[in-house]
Design a protein around this ligand. Structure first.
Ligand code: AMP
Length: 517
């Protein structure tokens, strides 16, 4: 079944309901939106694209993003939404790796024409009037719908193959475990459509709810609060960094009525102090999810009610005359319980289930787990073993079945909700003639969660911070470059010659500002 059957059914049943808005401006009702998708799908097919062909989408959030995403899926094509901030070289790699047949972007000039793949400028979409609307194309559950590129430990991005059945299971699980969607809910794309915010589109489409793309095309706390106060019943997905910015803005304004219904946070660790402040400032409107590209948005979750209860006990209300109960910090720090559609277990080094309170690797099995990595059998075999997805995350369940994550696959850095794999950065640094060795770690940062810190060993004429910064800007997405450089005479290694990042983290912790010795 094509995942868009849910959208089709809901849009036909509620043709007059508002569907798509740019900021607070209505663009289409559901009848109009459905027709636009059918026509654009017809146009895509008229360009020679066949079911299963990959369409790469690289742009800021905008209504046309949703139009192309829906039209491609409707036409039976597979979408490859990538972070709009990726460097042209990174986009070129993905275009070549997945064999994309079309590249849709709002900055084509910057991206060039990787591998000669035709580009479509989203600012100048060809008109669809006069075309035949395409009927919804049938897809088997196992057919590829969304290729989710996630960086691998080798530094090369890997494409998690998400099928129509994966997206359906994710959507149903969201609606039953995280947030029951109502028709008058307003879903705002505050975070990138290429990631979690886009994946949740199907859950809202299934109820013919409203889809709102902020006019800034990205995350702007002031714009978001204005929009939610105007539109009301606003739901959104946000990385913890965004939540903090939203809370700062709300605290600055001091307004009581904000129109937010649910802020679903996830994608990186949320610190107890931050979620507490968010609850104090905006009220019990926060739910959490833990997932990863390989099992999209679906491993564990904590509902709004559970988060609110952990915050102050009971149902979030303080009965008259009673003292406020202390927050349950352990619960607030957890990522919740397994989504209903998946099995989640924590295992030790030998693959044996750990007892409550004992940490091990988090494994997931169920209908949301990807089919494998595109064109990468070795990585697939490493990630999917005996039906279980090995997440690389370290966590522990408590006796009530709530999971707490202790660490990620050791080296992954999450800065502002975006993943940064040290190896990618190290490879770029090592391109400099004055760098003989490089190792990158994540260090705590109050604004971004983590920041990139590079330890380098210089040779020859050495390398200045400015030169390294320029090199990184030329080679990769801006957000991945180190915020700080440290120089060492040699990198600490174990007896097998492997660099000891744990030692580097200790070195950094001993002297968090300035060069250690
Ligand atoms: P991605 O594949 O880009 O979605 O990144 C997935 C990784 O982000 C997971 O494997 C976790 O390490 C981390 N992550 C996702 N959600 C959470 C959460 N709620 N709390 C802590 N870490 C998270």
């Amino acid at each position: 079944m094509n995942i868009l059957k849910l959208f089709h059914q809901a849009a036909r049943a509620h043709p007059q309901r508002p569907a798509l808005l740019s900021g607070a401006t209505l663009l289409h009702d559901h009848a109009g939106w459905l027709q636009q998708v059918q026509l654009r799908a017809g146009w895509l097919r008229s360009q020679g694209l066949q079911p299963g062909d990959r369409v790469l989408l690289c742009m800021a959030n905008r209504p046309q993003y949703l139009e192309l995403l829906y039209a491609a899926l409707w036409a039976g094509l597979a979408v490859v939404p990538v972070n709009t901030k990726l460097h042209a070289r990174e986009v070129e790699f993905i275009v070549g790796h997945c064999g994309a047949r079309l590249l849709v972007s709002d900055h084509l000039a910057e991206l060039g024409a990787p591998h000669g793949v035709p580009g479509l400028d989203v600012h100048a979409l060809p008109p669809v009037q006069g075309l035949e609307p395409l009927p919804l194309q049938h897809r088997e559950g196992d057919d590829l719908a969304w290729l989710f590129y996630t960086s691998g430990t080798t530094g090369r991005p890997k494409g998690a193959m998400l099928t129509h059945a994966n997206l359906l299971a994710m959507t149903l699980s969201y609606r039953s475990d995280v947030e029951p969607v109502q028709p008058d809910d307003v879903y705002v794309y505050a975070a990138p459509i290429s990631h979690g915010a886009g994946l949740y589109t199907f859950a809202y489409a299934a109820s013919a709810a409203r889809h709102v793309v902020p006019q800034s095309g990205g995350f702007d706390a002031a714009e978001l609060l204005d929009l939610s106060a105007t539109l009301d019943r606003v739901c959104l997905f946000a990385a913890p960094t965004m939540v903090s910015r939203l809370v700062d803005e709300a605290a600055r304004r001091g307004t009581a009525r904000h129109g937010l219904r649910s802020v679903i946070y996830g994608g990186g660790p949320m610190y107890v102090a931050d979620i507490t402040r968010a609850l104090q400032t905006l009220g019990p409107h926060f739910a959490q999810i833990y997932g990863q590209g390989e099992t999209p948005m679906t491993i564990t979750c904590m509902t709004r009610r559970e988060v609110a209860e952990a915050w102050r006990g009971g149902d979030g209300r303080i009965p008259e005359g009673e003292a406020r109960r202390l927050p349950d910090e352990h619960r607030l720090a957890s990522v919740g319980r397994a989504h209903s559609v998946v099995e989640v277990q924590v295992v030790d080094g030998q693959g044996r289930p750990c007892a409550p309170g004992v940490a091990g690797e988090v494994l997931v099995r169920g209908p949301t787990v990807m089919r494998g990595y595109w064109g990468d059998d070795a990585a697939t075999a490493a990630a999917l073993r005996e039906g279980w997805l090995h997440t690389g995350d370290i966590g522990a369940f408590d006796a009530q079945g709530f999971l707490t994550l202790l660490d990620r696959s050791k080296d992954l850095i999450i800065s502002g909700g975006s993943n940064i794999y040290p190896r990618e950065v190290e490879e770029v640094l090592l391109e400099h003639a004055g760098v003989v060795a490089a190792s990158v770690i994540g260090a705590p940062d109050p604004e971004w969660g983590e920041k990139v810190v590079a330890f380098i060993v210089e040779g020859g004429a050495g390398a200045s911070d400015a030169e390294l910064d320029a090199l990184c800007l030329a080679r990769m997405a801006r957000f991945k470059r180190p915020k700080e450089y440290r120089r060492l005479p040699s990198l600490p290694k174990n007896h097998n010659g492997k660099i000891l990042k744990t030692r580097l983290r200790e070195l950094y912790a001993q002297a968090p500002t300035g060069n250690p010795g």
